[in-house]
Design a binder for this molecule. Structure first.
Ligand SMILES: Cc1cc2nc3c(=O)[nH]c(=O)nc-3n(C[C@H](O)[C@H](O)[C@H](O)COP(=O)(O)OP(=O)(O)OC[C@H]3O[C@@H](n4cnc5c(N)ncnc54)[C@H](O)[C@@H]3O)c2cc1C
Length: 271
């Protein structure tokens, strides 16, 4: 099925498996569609959410801006960075990032017809618009530690064994956070303590796969529609000793320097 593979002892074929060759293009198309429907995008890093009168009132940004919400609902969908923002609206989210890496090989000399999980190499290989992406590894090292690019480069070595005709001379490296929960269940739904505040995070290894379902569940909750499935297993838990009034005063005092460049991309093309 995959002529580029070397000798394979055993394999499983999943005929209903779906994949994307450009997650970025999918996100761009979704954003374009949202714009067409009237969405307005503000680019900002939200450092905290101010709460007043039991509902979200303002977003406090790292560039010093304070965006007033004027009664709008807030959805916390900041991936692995959602924990603190969820706490701002009274939710206890035991989120931990599972860091993963990928490399993308230019001119790889092979093309795969579908994503291939090389199980003894513990990585996925997928053709992405002409390039070969190798993705995998799990690293528990928090949000701040520098990427360990050896993990990415090790996948290239394993791919050379799995795909004998692979030409790997030039590649880029990336590290990302899988926002993971201890019980592997995402957190989806309304805050139990602050009205008009919602959480949608914790999808771990499957956020791309599950994003559309989560979006529908959050829309159901905001619009008061009958949900497409029972949301109770995913409901956000209360934060102990949450005081919205104190929280808002503290948020007003916070000032934050703008953040620097994203450290998660490697500029090197060759190790
Ligand atoms: C190597 C690797 C391979 C993966 N492969 C797959 C796969 O094959 N299939 C799959 O389904 N999933 C896969 N995943 C998991 C998937 O990427 C995540 O589950 C998914 O991205 C989580 O989506 P999210 O929207 O919750 O978070 P993110 O995609 O992280 O998006 C969060 C957004 O919030 C923004 N943000 C964060 N903090 C703030 C802030 N303070 N203020 C404003 N904005 C903020 C970020 O900039 C980002 O745009 C993979 C992950 C990794 C690391």
């Amino acid at each position: 099925m995959e002529p580029a593979s070397g000798p394979v002892h055993r394999g499983l074929y999943f005929p209903d498996y779906a994949s994307l060759d450009s997650p970025q293009l999918l996100c761009q198309r979704l954003a374009d569609r949202a714009s067409t429907l009237g969405a307005i995008f503000h680019e900002a890093e939200v450092r905290s959410i101010g709460v007043a009168g039991g509902r979200p009132a303002s977003l406090h940004c790292s560039d010093g801006r304070k965006l007033q919400l004027d009664g709008a609902a807030v959805i916390i969908a900041a991936g692995a960075h959602s924990k603190g923002l969820a706490a701002d609206v009274g939710c206890n989210v035991a989120l931990e990032p599972e860091r993963g890496y990928h490399v993308e090989i230019a001119n790889p000399n092979i093309t795969l017809g579908r994503p291939v999980l090389v199980s003894d190499g513990a990585f996925f290989a997928s053709t992405m618009q002409g390039r070969l992406r190798l993705a995998g590894t799990v690293e528990l090292a928090g949000l701040r530690r520098e990427p360990d690019w050896r993990r990415a480069d090790a996948m290239v070595e394993r791919a050379r064994s799995a795909f004998p005709d692979l030409r790997a001379t030039e590649w880029t490296r990336w590290m990302g956070f899988r926002p993971s929960m201890p019980n592997s269940l995402p957190v989806i739904g309304a805050s139990p303590l602050v009205s008009h505040a919602y959480v949608a995070c914790g999808h771990g290894h499957l956020g791309m796969t599950l994003g559309a379902v989560t979006g529908t569940l959050i829309a159901d909750a905001i619009l008061g529609r009958y949900p497409m499935l029972d949301q109770s297993p995913f409901a956000p838990r209360k934060l102990r000793s949450f005081n919205p009034g104190i929280h808002d005063a503290r948020a007003r005092r916070l000032t934050h320097p703008p953040t620097g460049n994203n450290p998660c991309h490697s500029r090197d093309t060759r190790p």
